[in-house]
Design a binder for this molecule. Sequence first.
Ligand code: AQP
Length: 331
Amino acid sequence: MKSQQTIFSGIQPSGDLHIGHYFGAMKNWVALQNQYRSIFCIVDEHAITVPQDPEKLRERTLDIAMWYLAAGIDPKRSIIFVQSHNSDHTELSWILNTITPFGELERMTQFKDKSSKMKKAGIPAGLLNYPTLMAADILLYQTDAVPVGEDQKQHVELARTLARKFNSRFGVTFKEPKELIQKFGSRIMSLQDPTKKMSKSDENKNSYIGLLDAPDDIRGKIKIAVTDSGKEIIFNQEKKPAIANLLTIFSLFSGLQIKDIEKKYKRKGYGEFKKDLGNIAVAHLEPLQQKYRALKKNPEQVKEILREGVKSAKQISSKTLADAKQKIGFL
Ligand code: AQP
């Protein structure tokens, strides 16, 4: 039991959650909360780095808290709160911005991806500074490890760099965090383009399986998911990326090893494999959806969990922030 070690992670309320968030984030957190002091945030301040509809943002923020609870995060064991409810995050973020090299932010893959879709004059500075806010999120809680999907690795590395830089300039203030990336399922790919990460902001809804998708939609999306040439169902990321992705999803839902799934479908076609995958996905997501719907009927109970959560979060973060402010020379 690593009772002294802390993990911190979060999800942005910038769209509807999909199975990438479940397998790449929440499902792992549920297991990790038994080993670590666990802090799970709904990072609404990150979400506004791209335009959001205010009413939808509010609704999605509460929805994500409901998904955390439905997935099995236990508020008695883990702290669950909303980022904008704790102003320590933006305050530390400003301080860290003063030691963050502009060039490092410009080199971030996620910034390059998201900004490449915008006109230069329209790129918000917040999109560039997002990793510094994420560093503040992590460093405020003296975090040891950050359980994230593969795409977030670069941002955790920056948090570590900033902690080291601040510590060496002003004296030890922050722990240097590490990313905690599971070997399998840390990068679920789009069902329509296996070279792209499954993403909630993808305009093509057929590219992802939403956690709240109806059974027929889940089956339908898997049925029309792109496949590779040839007929065999084998795991080969380079030659058969689409089938490798579907095999990964099959394995995550069923708990079966890839080699056993390959054996099972040795002389069978893509059609049968996809039909079975659709049914397994529906069977797995239905109980999760039921739990979410039960919570949706009682939003006050969830809001209360968030109110308690931010109190516990603030107890930890306020100490770190006060220390950082004292060290840099604020009166
Ligand atoms: N496809 C994925 N496979 C595995 N893990 C994933 N995560 C996201 N997509 C996948 C992990 O979920 C956590 C929260 O992600 P986020 O919503 O805060 O940001 P994101 O990574 O930018 O997710 P999206 O879906 O791509 O959102 P948009 O489209 O809004 O940018 C992270 O740990 C992430 O790794």
